[in-house]
Design a protein around this ligand. Structure first.
Ligand code: SAM
Length: 635
């Protein structure tokens, strides 16, 4: 009965295991029991169990007692074909998890996310922006999709392109600074010109204050912003999107300006003589100092290679005080190198369309222990919350997972037929106290941890700063909550930019067998916003931590927290590892997995040594967004 209630089925054959990560950049694999892909970030798909499937689910008086009959859920989209690499990647990673709507080849390059990382001056795309010729499915480069004039700035030279209807061809004009400054505005469509100094000032201030929040100086913001405005023809919309993500990317992707400047000048054969001020009206902004190419990273490398010295990370505490403990960054001999930039968040944050229905009214009496008092664990009988956890508390009075619960979680990973386990913690509608023993994950990180540079070449990792007992909570996997569709869009965009950021996948098929709608299925992406869990590296089979879904705020199984617990005692300075569930032998999978350096005797990446003589050939790093293939790398 209980299983039915939560939609658990004890013997679903070969059900994909729950929260297995998948590598997006590198990719993915599926074990017989796991179907996840995880490139360099982690993305967790969480489950959506429709209430109709949970007859005993709490329905409070405030809920609609006569809900409208739901149309039948769509089965897996029938249109999935083997030809679409990207969708195939998703399919492979998710098992029977519904695949996002297909984006077949032939879409416009702009839809592939040509934004801040393009080859300057090579092709001309929509809106007069240069576009990557390497964007997927645009092998022939970019054919202009509009006949609108466009302009680019190289050093002091302004190159303007306009379409001549008479000759039916594109004409290119190269203007010096002096002539350009008079003509430039004329090439920008009226609707996109900045006509109000107030608007500009407001926008400029907003950019500065947004970037200030992550420790970027006004000077740097101004300089890169000026470059971007030129690139985007003064169109702020691109720059402002996603909290100035393009601007942030450009700043953090800016390699050493001297090196970049040298390279750029050589490539363009343009003497960087003068500066060119955009016709920003009413603005007292700094003038343009560097060539456009400053925004195009020329150096690629693994996360630690491409790490930026002096970024916003605090070496003494990467969590910037967001956790109960400080989590220092230990870079060993690589003095001063820090993980690539990301925003530290201690708990999940919804992106745009993710619907997480957290409402006290939706928590019925059956789904909380409103009659409890003090510490639920001290009571003789398990409280209502524990009933959700299989009729027993998952935690001991020491705050550890019980042996029984931990063993069943481990068994669940090894044998997918096992009953799926999750924890239901007490929450604010419960009558118990905040320090109730059935509230562990929601209290956050309490164990001393360190982010460190792994010696094996896996990039950054997470380790214990002190001995940690078996069954202890380490951290939650925190990131942005997205819908399946939103994740897909991100994935495509990042791929288009050849950027291996973190987007990953986890199988969501946990509590129900219903297929999820792409617009409602939830995923978790720690690429841009995440916590220390994004540093946890993979280890085949004998990883020392395990992921457990935890229900806290909402009873409808639409949204879980992903919590990591130790599978055994952890020694001081021992790296914390998690089995991503990759199938390294799946050569047909469109997304290639990284070469595993886990050093486990049970390592599943059997081919890693035969592929090449050197080790650590590929470091697809979550953090940098850059994957590198070194000589001899066949993947
Ligand atoms: C979740 S991230 C872990 C943190 C990452 N090492 C970093 O520097 O940001 C996953 C990425 O780390 C690297 N990685 C994790 N486990 C690995 C392993 N066993 N062998 C090689 N690389 C690994 C891969 O590049 C993978 O895409």
């Amino acid at each position: 009965m209980l299983r039915q209630r939560v939609g658990l089925k004890g013997s679903r054959a070969a059900a994909p295991s729950l929260l297995r990560p998948v590598c997006r950049s590198s990719p993915v694999a599926r074990l017989p029991h796991a179907s996840t892909v995880w490139p360099s970030g982690i993305l967790v798909s969480l489950l959506h169990a429709p209430r109709s499937k949970s007859p005993n689910n709490a329905v409070t008086p405030l809920q609609n007692p006569n809900p409208k009959p739901q149309p039948p859920r769509n089965p897996r989209p029938a249109a999935i074909t083997g030809g679409d690499r990207a969708s195939a990647a998703f399919r492979g990673g998710l098992g029977r998890y519904p695949v996002p709507r297909l984006r077949l080849p032939g879409r416009s390059a702009q839809e592939f996310g040509v934004s801040s990382r393009f080859s300057v001056g090579e092709h001309w795309g929509r809106h007069g922006r240069p576009s990557r010729s390497s964007a997927p499915n645009s092998s022939a480069g970019f054919v202009p999709t509009t006949r609108r004039p466009s302009a680019l700035l190289y050093g002091s030279l302004l190159i303007v392109r306009s379409f001549s209807p008479l000759g039916n061809l594109w004409e290119e004009a190269r203007l010096s600074r002096s002539s350009a400054s008079n003509s430039f505005a004329g090439f920008i469509p009226r609707s996109r010109r900045m006509t109000s100094s107030n608007v500009c000032k407001e926008r400029f201030d907003a950019a500065v204050s947004c970037l200030h929040a992550i420790g970027i100086e006004t000077k740097t913001v101004s300089r890169v912003l000026m470059d971007l405005l030129k690139v985007y023809d003064n169109n702020w919309e691109h720059i402002e999107a996603d909290d100035f993500r393009v601007l942030t990317d450009a700043i953090f992707d800016e390699p050493d300006p001297k090196v970049q400047m040298k390279h750029c000048n050589k490539r363009l054969k343009i003497k960087n003589e003068d500066t060119f001020a955009l016709p920003l009206q009413g603005q007292d902004l700094p003038t343009f100092e560097a060539p456009l190419a400053v925004m195009r990273p020329l150096v690629q490398g693994s996360s630690h290679q491409r790490a930026y010295k002096g970024t916003a990370h605090d070496v003494n505490d990467i969590a910037r005080g967001e956790e109960h403990v400080s989590i220092p960054v230990i870079s060993g001999s690589s003095n001063g190198i820090l993980p690539p930039h990301f925003h530290y968040i201690p708990c999940n944050i919804a992106f745009q369309k993710a619907q997480i229905n957290i409402s006290l009214a939706r928590i019925g009496d059956e789904s909380c222990c409103s009659g409890c008092f003090g510490d639920c664990l001290a009571k003789q009988l398990p409280c209502a919350c524990a009933t959700e956890t299989g009729g027993e508390f998952a935690y001991t009075s020491d705050g550890l997972l019980t042996e029984v619960f931990l063993n069943s979680c481990v068994a669940m990973l090894q044998e997918p037929q096992q009953q799926k386990k999750f924890i239901k913690e007490c929450w604010i509608k419960c009558g118990c106290a905040r320090n109730c023993g059935n509230r562990i994950v929601q209290r956050g990180i309490t164990r001393p941890l360190q982010v460190f540079l792994t010696p094996e070449g896996k990039g950054w990792g997470l380790r214990a700063a002190e001995e940690i007992p078996r069954g202890a909570f380490i951290c939650e996997y925190a990131g942005e909550i997205l819908t399946n569709n939103e994740l897909y869009e991100r994935n495509i965009q990042e791929t288009a930019k050849a950027r291996h950021t973190y987007p990953v996948y986890l199988n969501a098929d946990r509590v129900t067998e219903d297929l999820l709608e792409d617009d409602t299925a939830l995923c978790l992406d720690a690429t841009f916003y995440g916590n220390v869990a994004r540093f946890i590296n993979h280890r085949c089979n004998d990883a020392n931590i395990i992921e457990v879904p935890v229900e806290i705020e909402t009873p409808d199984h639409h949204y879980y927290h992903i919590a990591f617990f130790t599978k055994r005692k952890i020694m001081r300075f021992e790296e914390l590892t998690w089995d991503y569930g990759l199938d390294f032998g799946d050569v047909n999978h469109p997304i290639k997995a990284f070469k595993c350096l886990c050093q486990s005797k049970q390592c599943r990446d059997k081919k890693k040594f035969s592929r090449s003589n050197s080790r650590a050939l590929v470091l697809r790093s979550m953090g940098t967004g850059q994957g590198i293939s070194r000589k001899g790398d066949s993947r």
